[in-house]
Design a protein around this ligand. Sequence first.
Ligand code: 7XF
Length: 397
Amino acid sequence: MDNQDFATRQIHAGSLERENFRPLVMPIHQSATFYFDSVEQGAALFAGEEDGYFYTRIDNPNQRELATRLAELEGGESGLVFASGMGAISSMFWSLVRSGDHIIANKTLYGCTYELLYEGFPRFNIDVDFVDLSVSGILEKFLRPETRIVYIETPANPNLKISDINYLASTAHTYNPEIKVVVDNTFATPYLQQPLGLGADIVVHSSTKYLNGHGDVVAGAVISDAATIKLIADNGLRYFTGSVLGPFECFLISRGLKTLDLRMEKHCANAREVAEFLEQDKRVKNVNFPGLPSHPAYKLAQKQMKLPGAMISFELAGNKEYCANFVNNCKLCRCAVSLGDAETLIQHPASMTHNSYSPEALADAGIAENLLRISVGLESASDIIADLKQALDHCDN
Ligand code: 7XF
């Protein structure tokens, strides 16, 4: 080293062997590339003849550990992590569909997923039917030989409709075992609901939400059988989207995941209290929360989910301006999109998360202009309720 130039030494001096530490927590492998022992070893890695890391768009220890943990929690063979929920969803779709295929999707979906299916895929001669898949006995009417994917969110964003995963999976697979039934499990998380165990083939996530839980990361995940995940890794992630999750984001999500059960229990307990408060207030027209006996799928939610979750949507007995006035007067509850954070967040789906829907499509999906959505946080339930109550009182004056 002594006789090397400054420019060389500032890069190489003091380099430690990389494999001899034993940290308890997985370190952040913030490296784009990994060096080979030899040309032959590099070639073997590229050819898939040897397991290991060579480039972070393909694999990285932080990605692999997080994906493996998520797969384990969802009861799947294998997993992949992505730079966003949309990265996960689009990488999954692009890997599985081709021109001429048909997709059956739930009518109620997060706005950008809807846009991908409504605006994006028809450009590539992929036909999509939007169906209210919470209705029992409806799927049979839309299945056809070209159907490749059945896609749902349950509970659905933002109206909290529940679809029967077991019924949808068995109906689709009886018609054609090759059909992939895909469930966006973002609202429930694997702590509350495990779609693969109910017969679904693929689970997708926006890990931005409860999985990370702290509102400081945008990320996504897909979990499925090993062959499907390999296909999505080799196609969707590697060259269709390149939507790779950075090692630091993996680290943060792995950290958040350690408390998923504790957070979900508190989120859900708080949400039940908030939903009960909203339902008894005359200024609230109706409340969508799978944990209320008034929810149309109350029984199914009990069967399919460990707890009813912590997302609530509700219509106020007033117009859009009344709703805006209410939200503008919330103090503790922040007006923001996203969900699953420690902070309680409230937003107006028709103009925010679901503004990609036309007014007709909003009405068809039951997303009224006076519908608000609340992601109940981890604060004290009584403080959240007091804030909502004072904002409602304010609207009356
Ligand atoms: O790409 P993202 O990590 O934002 O995830 C997209 C996504 C996928 N599935 C569901 C059920 C989602 O809710 C989302 C994102 N939803 C946020 C929300 O509804 O507040 C997006 C804020 S515009």
